[in-house]
Ligand binder design. Structure first.
Ligand SMILES: [Zn+2]
Length: 107
């Protein structure tokens, strides 16, 4: 080994996981902290667990709740005039409707 170019090696560096497990590995750092280890990673446990360090899941759920709330209050008007339109004009809206109409007219 060439001298003075290698970092100090710690043969039993202490690794602390956020799940509470502590184990040792060889490392150039004396102490390490991790969020996942083989004791708590979903791949090994087989259980679903979301690793959400930036609270993204919480933010998304908040957003969804907000969207749901606004969706239940607004579309009453929309669905109202949509049904009125449906009853008045018979032009096909979707490809399925178009095919259905074509079938009906041919037979
Ligand atoms: Zn862990």
């Amino acid at each position: 080994m060439k001298e003075n170019i290698h970092p100090k090696y710690y043969p039993d560096a202490k690794v602390t996981c956020s799940c509470g497990r502590v184990f040792t590995v060889g490392s150039t750092l004396p102490e390490l902290r991790t969020e996942l280890c083989s004791a708590c990673h979903p791949f090994y446990t087989g259980q679903e667990k979301l690793v959400d360090t930036e609270r993204r899941v919480e933010k998304f759920e908040k957003k969804m709740a907000k969207a749901k709330a606004s969706a239940t209050s607004q579309p009453k008007k929309k669905s109202g005039d949509k049904s009125a339109k449906d009853s008045s004009d018979q032009t096909p809206r979707t490809l399925r409707d178009m095919l259905k109409q074509a079938k009906e007219s041919s037979s």
